[in-house]
Design a binder for this molecule. Structure first.
Ligand code: MN
Length: 242
């Protein structure tokens, strides 16, 4: 008999978008849940809802939540007007994922946020984002290298989960974002930064709640990168199983 695996709920939304080649796709792809399945967790998809009762049932069921990558977050959630450089937004996903994230905080359900998922953590808990980072850095955060290749270096804070998972003070990651965390809420601390000072990793500052957000895409580098495997494996292993 094998050890019981944790059950992770991935926030899902089927809203279709067009990629660079104008193919229709959704952001909530197999790469995210496949990474967790390969690294020790079972996964279910949690479709969007505007009912807090349903979100409560989701959180009764799962041992942890994965917030995947996706569209820009509507700046009205942080009291701002849209910048001319704001990308596509998905109001349905915003409202759902923000409510889901607040539920995770209230009930101490562990969260792993990837790219947009980090940004959802920040905004849902009261922080703000740079709507577009092109004016504040000369470092390339929308890499032209393939998605499976790493490009920039991220330095990690001591006493952080992410540094333990990286087994070192820094690591190379890929980068596909034009927004970034600006002001963090009290419940989050910055645990990873690029050389330009931008926040690339955040964690809960409440030791009773495991919440980790990464601005890069470890699900894309899983095959060839030990750190990416350790990230998913460590998150899955840290989940208290019911
Ligand atoms: Mn980056």
């Amino acid at each position: 008999m094998s050890a019981k695996r944790p059950l992770v709920g991935m926030a899902y939304c089927d809203t279709a978008v067009r990629d660079n080649e104008m193919r229709m796709r959704t952001y909530c792809t197999r790469k995210y849940f496949g990474a967790l399945q390969r690294c020790g967790a079972d996964v279910i998809l949690l479709p969007p809802t505007d009912e807090s009762r349903v979100i409560g049932r989701y959180l009764d069921l799962v041992d942890g939540v994965l917030l995947p990558g996706g569209e820009d977050i509507d700046p009205r959630w942080m009291g701002e007007e849209p910048s001319s450089r704001l990308g596509g937004v998905n109001p349905l996903r915003d409202a759902y994922e923000i409510e889901l994230t607040r539920g995770c905080r209230d009930r101490h359900v562990p969260v792993l946020g990837i790219c947009r998922g980090l940004q959802v953590l920040v905004v849902a808990l009261g922080g703000t984002l740079h709507q577009d980072i092109s004016d504040i850095t000369r470092l390339q955060h929308s890499q032209q290298a393939p998605r499976w290749a790493t490009s920039h270096r991220v330095s990690f804070e001591t006493d952080s989960h992410i540094r333990e998972w990286a087994a070192g003070a820094d690591a190379f990651t890929n980068s596909f974002h034009h927004q970034a965390a600006k002001q963090l809420p009290d419940v989050l601390k910055a645990t990873g930064r690029t050389a330009d000072g931008l926040i690339e990793a955040v964690e809960s500052s409440d030791s009773g709640w495991l919440a980790v957000g990464v601005q890069w895409h470890p699900e894309e580098t899983l095959s060839g990168d030990e750190f990416s495997r350790r990230l998913f494996t460590s998150f899955a292993a840290a989940l208290p199983k019911r």
